[in-house]
Design a protein around this ligand. Sequence first.
Ligand code: KE4
Length: 432
Amino acid sequence: MSRQDLAPSRSAAIFAESEGYFPGGVNSPVRAFRAVGGSPVVVREGRGAHVTDADGRRFLDYIGSWGAAILGHADPEVTEALREAAGRGTGFGMPTPYELDLARAVRAAMPSLERLRFVSSGTEAAMSALRVARGATGRDHVVKFAGCYHGHADHLLAQAGSGLATFGLPSSAGVPAATVGQTLVAPYNDLDAVRAILAAHPRRVAAVIVEPVAANMGVVAPRPGFLEGLRELTRADGALLVFDEVITGFRMGRGGAQARFGIAPDLTCLGKIVGGGLPVGVYGGRRDLMERVAPLGPVYQAGTLSGNPLTMAAGAATLRRLTDEAYAVLEARAARLAEGLADAARRAGAVATVVREASMLTVFFLPMAPRDYAEARGADVARYARFFRAMLDRGVLLPPSQFEAWFVSTAHTDDHVAATLAAADDAFRAAG
Ligand code: KE4
């Protein structure tokens, strides 16, 4: 009997009632387990590398709040920082010293953010960064890449990844054609396609926005020269280069992907880790661009809880722990996990490829690593669903979609990696 077949569960009862409140019973689509089947895990609490569901079942967690929980769940220092901040009040709608503390840490890690603004989600960060780009250039078109996800702002839902990839949605209902008409889409890793778009729309593209390492079609690495090529092409055309580092920021080292690849974008978006697990987004970049933002300039953006003390405290407490040593241990462990998963797939005779970048990875049910969204979508999603369930039955919670990333935290130990690999040995066979 699998773990899921236990007596009628509280999780199932909670989810059934939730379906009477939320569309699909969830507050974000991918959580509904529609791509992997069954009733979703209803998490009652998390601690370290584990989450516990409403029935007391404990799982090793590789969702990690979609990357935010890089220190694991309920980290004592982050929790204490939050407790202390909450005692001072949760928000004032006025400047506080706490936003400055976090801004100092962000800019020390990413000097390209000469000026920055805190917001409350990655969607807000990407939406605002592109508004700055359009306001600064006076141009209306933006270029994005198929399979990249930059949140759910209308004009960014064209061929997006993450939940749209999970559900096979080319875009979203409710988005006027005119809105996405100015969003031009190229295949990831395809510089010729970008060159052709810029040639067809000379000096009309405000920005090219890219996940410097894609993680919303599964983890797809930039090919050598791709990011450098984007930097050159945008500079030559006068378009701005926007790095969406909502996932890669503070995941790929303190300086994020821009430090790892040595490229300075004009604007950067951050989220997740930088808020220590609380609602957050950041957009920032060149001073001459950001000084067009109200109240200094004509680009308007605002937010009631932008820079709120709780998020600032949790973010600052998290970044203090992300030392070079912490990253070295984290990435070595993720590498052992990735190598072990590839070995387990081979032993089981499974057609699977493991792609790892820093401490995030995807097990693609594909014979080789995909270079773009079209190739990623060729993955055997039914086999992924069987693998997901087999791992869940063995106490390991993976992202409930082939097109999302696994995230390793500093709370994952070598023993956790060993337990994951032991489960994977069986699960690859069970997935057939
Ligand atoms: P949020 O608005 O969800 O905070 O951030 C949007 C966003 C922007 N840019 C990138 C690169 C992102 O990955 C995201 C959000 N990531 C997804 C997971 N792949 C959020 C999970 C969900 O939608 O439930």
